[in-house]
Design a protein around this ligand. Structure first.
Ligand SMILES: *[C@@H]1O[C@H](CO)[C@@H](O)[C@H](O)[C@H]1NC(C)=O
Length: 237
């Protein structure tokens, strides 16, 4: 059931489930329509809050190229990484074990909460931009595991969104979000080996992964038509 929060097709199929989420997906479909002549490269980022490779990739590869590439990107961040989750029974609390310890789990949960809160209460056309700002801010912070509330404030999230984030961080709902990220991460084929893992257009391959880690803008530029390529592409290709 939890997985539905993240899969728009399943979301539409589950007609009775969380009208809000489905509503925001319809709004997204609308805005995709407006740019139907454009190539949109789908990028899924599997990462974890205290992983230095995740911080480096975000700061060195993703953030510098995002402003030029954003109109051609559909980005999803999945904080969880090399973790495990389990619970004693259907109603018991989720227990997480993270590669870099409990602080990393808290950071992953906070970012999962922020990503969900933005989708829930900010305007659809702002979802991606605000999510990138929030995740970018947290992963650039000295301590990404505790950075989310301040990043939410600094990046102008609405008061309502910030309250949703704070409540989520303190609640089992945030654990459910993180567990759903875990299910998505564990479902990767081939299984996740490296963090961050970058999946392009739903294809998880060594080629995409290596290219995304070494030169993310170049990889994206290779997927765009000549007319679509931003100036950045001429300097990376
Ligand atoms: C489920 O597990 C929790 C502890 O994780 C326990 O407190 C609770 O009683 C258990 N419920 C059932 C129905 O076994």
């Amino acid at each position: 059931m939890r997985y539905y929060l993240f899969d728009s097709r399943a979301c539409l199929a589950a007609v009775v489930f969380v009208a809000l989420v489905c509503h925001s997906n319809l709004s997204d479909a609308q805005s995709v329509d407006d740019r139907s002549d454009r190539t949109i490269v789908n990028v899924d980022v599997y990462y974890e809050s205290l992983c230095s490779d995740s911080m480096r990739w975000t700061v060195n590869q993703f953030l510098p190229s995002y402003p030029e590439l954003k109109n051609n990107l559909d980005v999803t961040f999945i904080p969880y990484g090399k973790a495990t989750h389990a619970r004693e029974n259907e109603t018991g609390p989720w227990q997480f074990l993270c590669q870099h310890g409990p602080a990393e789990c808290r950071g992953n949960k906070a970012q999962a909460c922020a990503i969900h809160a933005i989708r829930t209460s900010e305007a659809a056309q702002d979802h991606q931009q605000l999510t990138v700002k929030l995740v970018g801010c947290a992963m650039s912070a000295r301590n990404p595991s505790i950075a989310v509330p301040q990043c939410a404030q600094e990046n102008g999230l609405k008061e309502e969104t910030r309250k949703l984030i704070d409540d989520c961080i303190a609640s089992p709902f945030g654990d459910d979000l993180l567990a759903a990220n875990g299910d998505k991460t564990h479902n990767l084929q081939p299984p996740l080996k490296f963090v961050p893992t970058i999946v392009l257009n739903k294809v998880h391959s060594k080629e995409n992964q290596d290219a995304a880690i070494n030169n993310f803008p170049k990889l994206i530029c290779q997927h765009l038509t000549k007319q679509e390529k931003p100036d950045l592409c001429s300097s990376v290709e």
